[in-house]
Design a protein. Structure first.
Length: 271
């Protein structure tokens, strides 16, 4: 984890992060986790009786969430915002190349903003939430899913212990993330009314930790911390990490488990 006093504006290497997302799009991205988050956001939206004329999908990826929004009664316009041009070029309708850290939208542009698994890559999350609240019209709804602090706890543990044993020190390899206990307070701090935060924990199994790492690459969710070590893991460190992962988090069938905590944030722009 990164120390709490790290400058949020330099926490992530934005160029590396966009490149990881571009690479995933070009190589055939693995989207099951993003689809799951999008579907759960839509379930929450079904509970809202309000109609929304103009909607923004922030971090649209393959457009699954935006396509579902276009089919909803009352929605007249859906704008997609996505930093990776390889994703963006395939999406229909109004589209904007935008990094979630710096949004190009005027105040009161949308009645609804949804975002599936992109905001955990924002260094200044309170600042991004303020921008999103300003982009909403009075009474507009914000719904977002992002990865929480318990995500990949198994991989984090194995990598840290392996590096300590093999190299005498550990480098930051898993991004820091907010905890559920802090999420609603962040929404309130950003000026949202009726802030609500809840979490779902997903457990996914893999043949081994190396298969997990490969899939994270195809998701575009690999390490983009500015303070990351730029060279690959040493072979001995990787071998020990794989062994530790299997020993600590192995399942009876020989596979290993990986945890993904998805936080869901809900808030409204004050009327």
């Amino acid at each position: 984890m990164i120390a709490s006093d790290t400058n949020p504006t330099t926490l992530f290497d934005r160029r590396a992060w966009r490149w990881h997302r571009e690479r995933a799009a070009r190589r055939g991205s693995v989207d099951f986790l993003h689809h799951e988050a999008a579907d759960r956001l839509l379930d929450r939206l079904d509970d809202m009786p309000q109609r929304f004329a103009a909607a923004l999908d922030l971090g649209a990826r393959d457009g699954r969430l935006a396509a579902a929004l276009r089919r909803r009664p009352g929605i007249e316009r859906v704008v997609v915002a996505e930093p990776a041009l390889a994703f963006l070029s395939r999406l229909p309708g109004p589209r904007v190349a935008a990094d979630p850290e710096l949004l190009p939208f005027r105040a009161a542009s949308f009645d609804l903003v949804v975002s599936a698994l992109v905001l955990h890559w924002v260094g200044d999350l309170p600042g991004a939430l303020v921008q999103l609240r300003r982009a909403l019209r009075p009474g507009g709804l914000f719904l977002a899913a992002l990865l929480g602090g318990r995500t990949l706890i198994e991989l984090r543990t194995a990598l840290i212990e392996a590096e300590l044993a093999e190299e005498g020190g550990a480098s930051p390899r898993i991004s820091p993330a907010i905890d559920l206990a802090d999420a609603a307070a962040l929404l309130q701090r950003a000026g949202f009314a009726d802030p609500v935060a809840d979490a779902d924990m997903l457990t996914v199994t893999y043949a081994d930790a190396l298969a997990l790492m490969r899939e994270l690459r195809l998701m575009g969710e690999t390490n983009a911390l500015t303070a990351r070590r730029k060279c690959p893991l040493r072979r001995a460190t990787l071998a020990r990490a794989l062994a530790l992962y299997s020993e600590r988090f192995g399942l009876p069938d020989g596979r290993v488990a990986a945890s993904f905590e998805i936080l869901f944030l809900t808030g409204r722009a004050p009327a």
